[in-house]
Design a protein around this ligand. Structure first.
Ligand code: B12
Length: 592
């Protein structure tokens, strides 16, 4: 084995393998995130897994296959997988849209390396573990929202005992097959309440990228490395789990209690959050996205984070982005403004209709939202994003269009710094969320239940047929149609109020109209009985479909947080210095 052969290779699959060959109208399913519909962003947890294992003597490499495939049509996944020889492959099935890609990648791993174990993990692997373990290419599943410690145990067991069963039965949360393919489900007991040991340290990741000479493989999303890290937004994680119960969220308190055994969220020490933020700003000028409302555990927690950041205020030019899970009191904005030079906020009111919002689990008023925008902007906030949804309980298309009208009012009142987005809840209502588990109560109908159905759904020719739900108030076709109508209207309003220029307005309108036209043409093609004729007609659409692949109703650039003008986003020398220090520190940690 070569000295730099990693013990574990974490592979991030594209949602659909091989998307480069299929003719699919993915629709605006990724219009609210920086990734494409292939969902090339790997779980943030890859970083903490890598760091925890490396600190304990394992060599870990991340290969973002999805981002590599997006970057080049010539990137040969099979060749890449054939050329490596780790002790184990780890594949994420965290986001359910990867139902197709993750299994296909596992098949390729097994084709070239039948004896190398394949480990699955993530939220969707946890939810569907009983079905997933029966796929022949899956050897192990680690359930739960915190895999670091059991994964280290598993890696040690794999390295010491090869494929022998000895040792596997002691690893919490592990689902595994023995040599005669009998399935064993270990107790699901590892749900850490103390998460300070899992840091947000990207230094290990960069070290690994240099070691395996593969910066491109590490890129968390397409465009991140290709533009030499021009816009590498860096997340800081405040917690595991959530204190809130939004009914459509697979990461809500009840959802995680239901399938991840997490009864309550675990928060990282607020002093460490401040340290994480300051540390990151030493080697990048990119925006820092603080994930999770820092008021979740109480105002005192938020105060401690902000006071910590304030100490370094004069050295931090980066834009910090804070989430608001509920509207905050004015003092919170004052505290943020005192502590941070460049700050931004985001909130997800979902609907303008307070009764629909309340049904989704969010009991706050429009007046409170408006107060928050005003206070924040008056105190110097650069940008206040608002996210609205289509596909909610009790929501008709008329109601969604009225939400767009309210977005117009907000832009009218607050100008270009209040930035609204409207998106369809897509492609899937999260398994395990309150609505998914109580369909009748919330008027949802779920169209796919098994993992195998989700795997196939991702290959549907149009997102209309991939959506896993409809509501009492809108069918799938109506959700699709309403999303395009709302997108057209919001685009127009954004141009009217000066949030976007004429070019953005025209290109977005053209994309939406093309998507409407392609939706109708695909519906027609679906009516063709002969499968090969149908496939041939679909393939003829591919060049046109490719022109609206990246986004449809929202341009990606509209979601970018500001970066200080004229600054190089990465400070390479500081990063190298930090890596050196970490290396010296790591030399003193014991090997397994
Ligand atoms: C922040 C966040 C984002 C961020 C960053 C995502 C990221 N890189 O992880 C952004 C905004 C980009 C995002 C996007 C999306 N998100 Co999101 N996101 C979250 C959120 C709020 C917090 C994530 C977090 O803090 N993770 C903490 C880190 C430390 O842990 P982790 O990444 O989960 O990893 C741990 C375990 O899951 C496990 N694990 C994960 N992968 C693997 C692999 C192996 C081999 C093993 C062993 C273990 C393992 O071990 C890790 C370490 O302990 C969660 C809700 C929640 N409460 O978790 C939703 C959540 C994860 N997102 C979700 C969804 C659906 C999406 C989107 C598909 C939405 C969309 N249509 O655009 C996209 C996918 C984007 C992509 N992949 O390209 C759902 C997933 C439900 C599901 N079953 O599919 C969640 C649960 C809730 C929600 N609806 O937002 N998201």
């Amino acid at each position: 084995m070569s000295l730099i052969n990693p013990h574990l290779i974490l592979l991030h699959p594209p949602a659909v393998y091989d998307f480069r060959q299929y003719s699919v109208l993915y629709g605006p399913i990724a219009d609210g995130v920086p990734s494409t519909p292939i969902f090339e962003i790997y779980p943030i947890g890859f970083f903490s897994i890598m760091e925890y294992l490396e600190r304990n003597g394992m060599r870990v490499r991340i290969i973002n296959l999805a981002a590599r495939m997006l970057a080049s049509d010539d990137f040969d996944v099979e060749k890449m997988i054939r050329s490596v020889e780790p002790k184990a492959f780890g594949i994420d099935l965290h986001f359910l849209p990867h139902a197709h890609g993750s299994i296909e990648i596992a098949k390729i791993c097994k084709r070239y390396h039948p004896d190398i174990p394949v480990i699955f993990g993530g939220f969707s692997a946890t939810y569907f573990y009983e079905e997933l373990i029966h796929y022949p290419e899956v050897d192990f599943i680690l359930r739960g929202d915190s895999a670091e410690e059991p994964l280290l145990m598993l890696m040690r067991a794999i390295i010491r005992h090869s494929r022998a069963a000895y040792g596997f039965s002691d690893i919490p949360n592990l689902v595994w097959k023995d040599d005669s393919s009998e399935v064993h489900t270990n107790p699901f007991t590892h749900v850490p309440t103390e998460i300070n040991k899992f840091s947000n340290n990207y230094v290990y990741a960069f070290k690994s990228a240099l070691k395996y000479r593969d910066i491109a493989g590490l890129a968390p999303y397409h465009g991140w490395s290709s533009e030499w890290m021009q816009y590498p937004i860096t997340p800081v994680i405040t917690c595991r789990g959530c204190a809130y119960n939004c009914i459509f969220c697979g990461g809500s308190r009840n959802a995680l209690a239901n399938y991840c055994n997490r009864e309550r969220p675990a928060f990282r020490d607020p002093h460490l959050i401040a340290e994480d933020i300051v540390k990151i700003t030493r080697y990048t000028k990119a925006p820092v996205f603080v994930i999770g409302d820092i008021r979740q555990p109480g105002q005192e927690y938020a105060r401690t984070v902000l006071e910590g950041v304030k100490k370094a205020k004069s050295q931090i030019g980066n834009h910090l982005v804070f989430e608001l899970f509920t509207p905050a009191p004015e003092e919170h904005f004052e505290l943020v403004a005192e502590s941070v030079e460049n700050f931004n906020f985001e909130i997800s009111p979902d609907s303008h209709d307070e009764s629909i919002r309340a049904a989704m689990g969010k009991r706050y008023k429009n007046a409170e939202i408006e107060d928050n925008i005003r206070w924040a902007l008056d105190l110097g906030c650069n940008r206040f994003d608002l996210f609205f949804m289509i596909g909610l309980a009790f929501q008709t298309c008329e109601s969604a269009m009225a939400t767009v009208d309210w977005c117009g009012n907000l832009m009218d009142k607050f100008g270009t710094k209040a930035v609204p987005f409207i998106l369809a809840y897509s492609p899937f209502l999260d398994p395990g969320c309150i609505a998914y588990e109580n369909l009748e109560k919330f008027g949802y109908k779920i169209l796919f239940k098994t993992l195998e159905e989700y795997r196939k759904a991702m290959l549907a020719p149009s997102w209309k047929y991939a959506l896993n739900y409809e509501t009492e108030w809108m069918t799938r076709a109506q959700i699709v149609d309403c999303t395009y109508r709302a997108g057209l209207k919001l685009n127009k309003l954004k141009a009217e109020y000066g949030l976007i220029d004429g070019h953005s307005f025209t290109t977005t309108e053209e994309r939406i109209k093309r998507a409407i036209d392609l939706t109708a043409r695909i519906d027609e093609i679906k009516g063709i009985k002969d499968a090969s004729a149908q496939q041939e007609r679909l393939m003829q659409l591919k060049p046109e479909l490719d022109t609206i692949f990246l986004s449809i109703i929202n341009e990606k650039k509209q979601m970018e947080w500001p970066v200080p003008v004229g600054k190089r986003t990465f400070r390479v020398f500081r990063l190298l210095k930090q890596m050196m220090l970490e290396y010296l520190h790591a030399k003193h940690t014991k090997m397994y």
